[in-house]
Write a protein that binds this ligand. Structure first.
Ligand code: PLP
Length: 384
């Protein structure tokens, strides 16, 4: 009774992991959950206060503007200017999203014709492929290999794919590899996109989660990026607001206009009170972001040091909250971790074929739980 395309839809990776966790917890196991990338820290108080105040104002109780309140879009533009030096026209180059997942899920509907190729990072956020499927496009994986710094090799894409490629999804700081990209790489991407008439969608969900003084660039800082691309970002990871569902899509005015037409027809925007709180987040004090990064940095150091002490060869990420680790068999390793040590991590294969041989740890639990995870691994003889 359901549409044939659902046959091609893999079960949503994190929903599967949630089901497994529920089963283990029902068995009474004290799980250490380093699986899903959902920050455990609370949303900063000044943002919660702004929501409460806005929710009490009845003028926020009605249908929001489809494209986002102008004041929210202005706040996004001023944040982009301050953070990246990127100037945006809030009326034409900024759109509110119901979280960046919603944007990524619907962007292909605006640009992809049935049968067009969409180039997707592999391993990558699973929604790149799913949204392509729903738009009746064909996804072509761009392997992110360790020897290339987990950046795609555009020269390796076959000519017949390139001829029919319409869109590409990339994202740095990268989920799941934790890799970062430079403006030079983004400029190479712009050139490639222009040469092949491909729209670039850069998923910038983790731009604010970085360590050791590193600041991750926006794709839109690259020369010519505004001609070819869109960038999605959200308040989820930056301000611990995953449950609030608020994000943004910014970039080329023509692309924003087309995507806005899709959104106007399929959703009714973000609760105005949430948008007002998001304005407070973007324009208010930013020390909460630095504090969250300091917490993740401490966790990263505990995890990387612990895994190295067990003989694993891991790279310490300079951004994102993921540690991507090589193992002989990712599915087998994940099963051993949960069944023997009660630790939930994610198999690399859940992010695409090129994730085989890797697992992902999310640093979304406190240091004492990370140290406990390392202790349990040692006790169970899980070593590199
Ligand atoms: N992009 C990447 C790479 C992610 O990891 C996530 C969430 O984990 C998202 C986008 C979606 O985040 P949100 O919809 O909360 O903005």
């Amino acid at each position: 009774m359901y549409a044939k395309r659902l046959d091609n839809l893999p079960p949503y990776l994190f929903a599967q992991i949630d089901a497994l966790k529920a089963q283990k917890r029902a068995e009474g196991i004290d799980l250490i959950d380093l699986g899903v990338g959902d920050p455990d820290l609370p949303t900063p108080k000044h943002i919660v206060d702004a929501l409460c105040e806005a929710a009490r104002d009845p003028s926020t109780h009605h249908y929001p503007d489809y494209l986002g309140m102008l004041a929210y879009r202005q706040a996004v533009a001023s944040w982009y200017d301050q953070r990246f030096g990127v100037k945006l026209d809030p009326k034409k180059e900024v759109l509110a999203l119901i979280g960046s997942k919603e944007g990524i899920a619907h962007i292909p509907e605006a640009f992809v014709n049935p049968g067009d190729y969409v180039l997707v990072s592999d391993p990558g956020y699973p929604v790149y492929k799913t949204s392509t499927l729903f738009a009746e496009g064909k996804s072509h994986p761009m392997p992110l290999l360790e020897e290339n710094g987990f950046l795609p090799d555009y020269a390796a894409i076959p000519k017949d794919v390139l001829k029919n490629a319409k869109l590409m999804f990339i994202g740095y700081p990268n989920n799941p590899t934790g890799a970062a990209a430079s403006i030079d790489f983004f400029e190479e991407t712009v050139e490639f996109a222009k040469d092949n008439d491909i729209i670039v969608v850069h998923d910038n969900a983790y731009s604010e989660i970085s360590f050791d003084g590193y600041k991750s660039p926006s794709f839109l800082q690259a020369k010519g990026a505004m001609d070819v691309g869109l960038e999605t970002h959200s308040l989820s990871k930056t301000y611990n607001m995953t449950g609030w569902r608020i994000g943004m899509c910014v970039g080329n005015a023509g692309l924003i206009e087309a995507f806005g037409r899709v959104k106007t027809n399929i959703d009714s925007g973000v609760f105005d009170a949430v948008q007002r709180a998001a304005i407070t987040a973007l324009t208010g004090p930013q020390d909460c972001v630095a504090q969250a990064c300091a917490v993740y940095q401490e966790r990263r150091d505990a995890l990387v040091t612990g895994l190295r002490s067990l003989g694993f060869d891991v790279t310490s990420p300079k951004a994102s909250f993921y540690v991507w680790m090589k193992v002989p068999d990712s599915v087998e390793f994940v099963a051993k971790m949960i069944n023997e040590a009660g630790i939930v991590i994610t198999p690399g294969t859940g992010f695409g074929a090129s994730g085989a041989g890797y697992v992902r740890f999310a640093m979304t639990r406190p240091v004492d739980r990370i140290n406990e995870a390392v202790r349990r691994m040692k006790e169970c003889g899980i070593r590199g």
